[in-house]
Design a protein around this ligand. Structure first.
Ligand code: S3P
Length: 430
């Protein structure tokens, strides 16, 4: 089991780029695979999660040049060109891979099995199994919550549905929209709040017609996608670890270049600003379907705030690192409406409550969040990632300002699922 040792740090300074956006990398290679023609994707995330998506598509006959690197050439096979994989598709730790591919594979004329690592096999899939079954898909998982492995049998064809999702989840929305490409008629998904919209943006970029109306989005089946070249922006969810590190380490100032600033993802910028962080967004431009910018963060004193609702949804993956900002801030931070975090790569509410306690932070766990009383010194300790990449990187950032020695973080292997080179990048700023 890999471990990581973090020493207290002096000021962080410099200008860096973070790896490509994970959500966008998945979608770029999936849609490129079923498009007509050849797409060149640059800045693809070489993390295990997105590479697992690419490998799964290659196992279904899609020729992908540059596999494992940041520059991919995807030879699209068209909507109906995927071939039956010879074996189960192993998607490792990646919830996005398994849920989006389930949508894509539900509409195929061949069967498939989708599985993953010990953590993925504990994540509930009923949220996609239910709507996909309503569309006529023959999909099932294990037990009451439909845990992976998921088995998909060839169906007699899908039909469009009108579905009101009980949760705001881009994975659910995207699975349904991808299945909708294969369905007869129109498929409409409505969500209670707007989740990230990368699928919608990329579908439109590749020539699909979508109808968006408030919190609803509709797609009509049978539409051809046209291959497009595409640059994946840096992942704001990876940049978030650096942003908080810079905000909490005195004397720091760092610019992170070419980061995606899709408004459905920028909750972390708003939250840190509300806490008192000094963040400047410059060089804003649109490259393809997604807005991109350079983000400069300077150290400042932070204050506790209340975070819930849409603000939290727009920073859903940033919960662990927000906890570290809250621990370093003066006063109390209340995080609520976060029950979904109990079914992420780990139960992130319980994991962060436990690990924050180990480093001397006064924290109270609630059913849907945490109450963190910040401002007392963070203590170096031995902590655990719970097998979760974002918990591991958050505890590393806490180590930069810990008192009393080195922070030792156990089980840090999963960092490579989303942020290969994280520790090297952090070191380069010291
Ligand atoms: C993702 C959607 C979110 C997010 C995940 C990536 C995506 O999950 O937490 O890391 O790329 O669609 P949910 O759809 O479960 O909220």
């Amino acid at each position: 089991m890999e471990k990581m040792t973090i020493k207290p740090s002096g000021p962080l300074r410099g200008s860096v780029r973070v790896p490509g956006d994970k959500s966008i990398s998945h979608r770029a290679v999936m849609l490129g695979a079923i498009a007509e023609g050849t797409s060149r994707i640059s800045g693809f995330l070489t993390g295990e999660d997105s590479v697992n998506t690419a490998r799964a598509l290659a196992a279904m006959g899609v020729e992908i040049e540059g596999m494992g690197g940041t520059e991919l050439v995807v030879h699209g096979v068209g909507l109906r060109g995927l071939k039956a994989p010879g074996c189960a598709l192993d998607l490792g730790n990646s919830g996005t891979s398994i849920r989006l591919l389930s949508g894509l594979l539900s509409g195929q004329g061949f069967g498939s099995t989708l599985t993953g690592d010990q953590y993925l096999r504990k994540r509930p899939m009923t949220r996609i199994v239910k709507p996909l079954s309503m569309m006529g898909a023959m999909i099932s998982g294990q037990g009451e919550k439909n845990y992976p492995p998921l088995n998909i049998k060839p169906s007699g064809g899908l039909n469009g549905i009108v579905y009101s999702s009980p949760i705001a989840s881009a994975q659910v929305k995207s699975a349904i929209l991808l299945a909708g490409l294969y369905a007869d008629g129109t498929t409409t998904v409505t969500e209670p709040m707007k989740s990230r919209d990368h699928t919608e943006r990329m579908l439109k970029y590749m020539g699909a017609e979508l109808r968006e109306d408030g919190l609803s989005v509709s797609v009509t089946g049978g539409q051809k996608l046209i291959a497009r070249d595409f640059m994946v922006p840096g992942d704001l969810s990876s940049a978030a670890f650096l942003m908080v590190a810079v905000a909490v380490v005195p004397g720091s100032k760092v610019t992170i270049k070419d980061v995606g600033i899709n408004p459905t993802r920028t909750g972390i910028i708003d939250i840190l600003r509300l806490m008192g962080a000094r963040i400047a967004i410059g060089n804003v431009r649109n490259d393809g379907p997604e807005p991109i910018a350079d983000i400069t963060v300077k150290h400042s004193e932070l204050n506790g705030i209340e975070i819930g609702g849409e603000l939290l949804l727009r920073a859903i993956d940033e919960f662990p690192i927000i906890c570290i900002a809250a621990a370093a801030a003066h006063g109390t931070t209340v995080i609520k409406d976060a029950a979904e975090l109990r079914v992420k790569e780990s139960d992130r509410i319980a994991a962060m409550a436990g690990e924050l306690t180990k480093i001397g932070v006064n924290v109270l766990e609630t059913p849907d969040g945490l109450i963190i009383h910040g401002g007392t010194p963070i203590r170096a300790a031995e902590v655990d990632s719970h097998g979760d990449h974002r918990v591991a990187m958050s505890m590393a950032v806490a180590g930069l300002i810990a008192k009393g020695g080195e922070m030792i973080i156990f089980d840090t292997e999963n960092i490579k699922t989303s942020f290969p080179g994280f520790i090297e990048l952090l070191e380069s700023l010291k």
